[in-house]
Design a protein around this ligand. Structure first.
Ligand SMILES: [Zn+2]
Length: 370
């Protein structure tokens, strides 16, 4: 591997703005890279679903050896503050932002590990499996990119999703279903001083519903939360509109669905009680999964880490990733730690060492014999 090329590439990609739905520039450059590496490249039509700058980028490279194809995936978008990112490489190998934005190691550390592994393999002429690469848009918005991907193109049944915090060697093999629930409540506006009796207070409806919701831990594998509330225009107007947004997650898919139904019903009932209406929209953030510890995807990962003398730690995650959507389409994968720390904050950082280690792992996976 070329450590300098790896770090330079990381810094270069960090400097490209790519908030969710604005991954156009990032997609262009990644497409060029994959084509240069000999991939057949295809951009899907995810952009038509969301009016985003581009679709997901899919690449296929035929193997030079026997073995099932393997899928490697990372997302192109970055959470905010995401504009004007700069990677600062410290003497001790720590890489951080200038403190005003996130760094974007989530998920560019994964992107560069895939690229450097491929470049190294190509340079050395190492035999490799058939490799699929999938760079997604809008992962940070409830996995929207991978939700609408064209899975008919995929060959691999085994996936490594580079999108996890924790020491390199950590891998998540259990993840929950995550559902976002948005209640848009419609009341009726009226002057609050002259004729309040003519109004229907949408904020009161929301408050009534939320007070009846069970939140926090619902049971040992299910949680629920209301996280955003917005409504009203002025103190002298009975508010016509109020929006309340929450989520539920569970490692049991059916329980998540049941919890969503409960939340829906409570909002609808409250709206009805006060003479208002309520529209509920639900965003499916991917289905819960649990990978068998004897599955090849885990065995291969363990074997590769053993060879590299990297400690393996299999964990359960409470977060969703593109892997949830892959699972729904018959692809079994794990989410592996790729050198991202303090993600979703301006204190986010990675280290040169971590980038090197995850690149080693990816290269070994791509060239693994069994
Ligand atoms: Zn991520």
């Amino acid at each position: 591997m070329n450590k300098k090329r790896l770090v330079d590439e990381f810094c270069k990609l960090v400097s490209i703005d790519a908030p969710s739905f604005h991954e156009g520039k990032m997609a262009e450059i990644l497409k060029t890279y994959l084509i240069d590496l000999g991939f057949e490249v295809y951009e899907d039509n995810a952009n038509e679903h969301y009016n985003s700058e581009c679709g997901n980028i899919y690449g296929y490279l035929k193997g030079t050896m026997e073995g099932e194809p393997l899928l490697f995936s990372a997302h192109m978008d970055t959470v905010g503050p995401a504009i004007g990112k700069k990677a600062i490489v410290k003497e001790d190998g720590r890489i951080e932002s200038d403190g005003t934005t996130v760094l974007g190691a989530d998920d560019l550390s994964g992107v560069v590990a895939i690229l450097e592994a491929l470049r190294t393999i190509r340079e050395n002429g190492t035999e490799h499996r058939s490799i699929e690469v999938f760079f997604t848009i809008a992962e940070e918005l409830y996995l929207k990119g991978s939700f609408v991907a064209d899975y008919s193109r995929f060959h691999a049944k085994e996936a490594y999703v580079l999108d996890l915090t924790g020491p390199v060697g950590t891998a998540a093999y259990i993840a929950p279903t995550v559902m976002r629930v948005e209640a848009k409540i419609h009341g009726k506006a009226a002057h609050a001083g002259f004729e309040p009796e003519k109004g229907i207070n949408s904020i009161v409806i929301a408050a009534n519903a939320i007070s009846k919701l069970e939140l926090g831990w619902i049971d040992e594998e299910t949680t629920a939360n209301m996280g955003i509330i917005e409504g009203g225009l002025a103190t002298n107007i009975v508010p016509e509109w109020c929006t309340a947004v929450g989520e539920t997650r569970s490692s049991n898919h059916q329980k998540a669905l049941a919890q969503v139904d409960k939340m829906k019903q409570i909002f609808m009932d409250a709206a009805k009680t006060y003479g208002g209406t309520c529209e509920i929209s639900v965003v499916d953030g991917g289905q819960a999964y649990e990978v068998d510890k004897n599955h090849n995807v885990i065995k291969r990962f363990k074997q590769v880490c053993d060879e590299l003398k990297i400690d393996v730690n299999l964990i359960k995650t409470f977060g969703g990733s593109d892997n949830n959507n892959f699972y729904s389409h018959g692809i079994t994968g794990i989410v592996i730690a790729c050198g991202m720390n303090k993600v979703h904050s301006t204190g986010e950082y990675t280290t040169v060492d971590e980038l090197v280690r995850i690149t080693d792992i990816v290269e070994k996976l791509m060239t693994s014999r069994r």
